[in-house]
Design a protein around this ligand. Structure first.
Ligand code: ITT
Ligand code: MG
Length: 198
């Protein structure tokens, strides 16, 4: 079992850092790779797993610390799983608001029953840059895409993601509630088990 006190998070996304640190608790300190470099690696993989490993190796190489990466996104049934690994780049890098507007447009006139979607999160942890055995944990969160944005919490696609088990959008959940049930929370439960943290 690994005894990890400090991990570098291979992400420039402040929303992820906040959620992951809250889920990990005080026993492990997460430091953003932004402390070392502002340059983001190109996400050239064809799967969440490949991109998560690529980001984790890059961060471990730059920082010299064990690294955790989160590759995540939204897979929409009607769109054959798109935007998927391209979720951050869906509107060509114009940001969350543009991504959400493009998604609403792509699903214009699509009835509720066909608006199913899942958030996906893959966490990859490497002990060092060339680690031959990364720890991989996956979490899925099933919901549906709304016809208009709702809610102020969270980040990214949260205002468009309807959470059936709570009858609210994921941006209407409190941060603590989202961290109990999200794709990221599910992946983190598995990671904590693998690290012997619970
Ligand atoms: O690669 P890093 O630096 O970690 O940051 P990123 O924001 O580019 O992250 P990804 O490449 O994993 O892309 C994830 C996309 O999916 C969205 N996403 C992931 N988790 C989400 C969540 O919990 N709520 C809303 N949107 C989420 C997010 O906004 C991005 O558009
Ligand atoms: Mg990214």
């Amino acid at each position: 079992m690994m005894n990890i006190k400090q991990l570098v998070l291979a992400s420039h996304n402040a929303g992820k850092l906040k959620e992951l640190q809250a889920m990990l608790g005080d026993s492990v300190q997460l430091r953003s790779i932004g402390e070392w470099s502002k340059v983001e690696p190109e996400e050239t993989g064809l799967s969440f797993v490949e991109n998560a490993i690529l980001k984790a190796r890059n961060a471990a190489r730059i920082s010299g610390l064990p690294a955790l990466a989160d590759d995540s996104g939204l897979a929409v049934d009607f769109l054959g799983g798109a935007p998927g690994i391209y979720s951050a780049r869906y509107a060509d890098g114009k940001g969350d608001a543009a991504n959400n507007a493009k998604l609403l447009d792509a699903l214009k006139d699509v009835p509720e029953a066909e608006r199913g979607a899942q958030f996906v999160c893959v966490l990859a942890l490497v002990r060092h840059a060339d680690d031959p055995l990364p720890i991989l944990c996956e979490g899925l969160w099933h919901g549906r895409i709304l016809t208009a944005a709702s809610g102020e919490h969270g980040f990214g696609y949260d205002p468009l993601f309807w959470v059936p088990e709570r009858n609210v959008s994921s941006a209407e959940l409190s941060p603590a509630d989202k961290n109990q049930i999200s794709h990221r929370a599910r992946a983190m439960v598995l990671l904590r088990q693998r690290l012997g943290l619970q």
